[in-house]
Design a protein. Structure first.
Ligand code: SF4
Ligand code: SF4
Length: 140
């Protein structure tokens, strides 16, 4: 009897799935609908290529020594390029929560000029900013 009940339940869920399908979003919007609560945003091929480049970071911290923004703000306001590249570029759900003001970055690219691994730090910060905005938009 329990087995029959389970099969009927399964059949009903299967039927509902197909009945709802024409009314559900597809593609990008479907992803947003399903993962909104997890604060996940879709990553395009271009995004993934950027993430590969950011992942070359060794977390050596040399970029922090060259960053002028770290001399004028606290680490809470702006934790510095090495933190942002190593932590946030690899964890999109955290972008929204960080509450970091990236406007402290002066765009000087001194961080990149001293980086031993040619990590595009400025682009990493722009990537984080764009994804944070996208995540927040979906959280409404
Ligand atoms: S971005 Fe470059 S300089 Fe900065 S921590 Fe990573 S590897 Fe080191
Ligand atoms: S581009 Fe931004 S993060 Fe890099 S050194 Fe300049 S102020 Fe610091």
């Amino acid at each position: 009897m329990r087995s029959l009940w389970a099969k009927l339940n399964l059949a009903w869920a299967f039927l509902l799935h197909f009945l709802k399908r024409p009314f559900q979003h597809q593609g990008y919007q479907a992803f947003r609908d399903n993962y909104r609560d997890d604060r996940l945003v879709p990553l395009s091929h271009v995004d993934k290529n950027w993430l590969m480049r950011f992942s070359r970071c060794l977390n050596c911290g040399i970029c922090d020594t060259a960053c002028p923004a770290l001399g004028t703000t606290t680490r809470e306001q702006f934790p510095g390029p090495s933190y942002l590249v190593t932590t946030l570029s690899r964890s999109t759900p955290d972008f929204w929560a960080a509450g970091i003001d990236l406007s402290h970055c002066e765009g000087c690219r001194l961080c990149e000029s001293v980086c031993p691994n040619q990590v595009p730090v400025k682009e990493a910060l722009e990537f984080i900013e764009a994804k944070a905005l996208e995540t927040t938009r979906g959280a409404a």
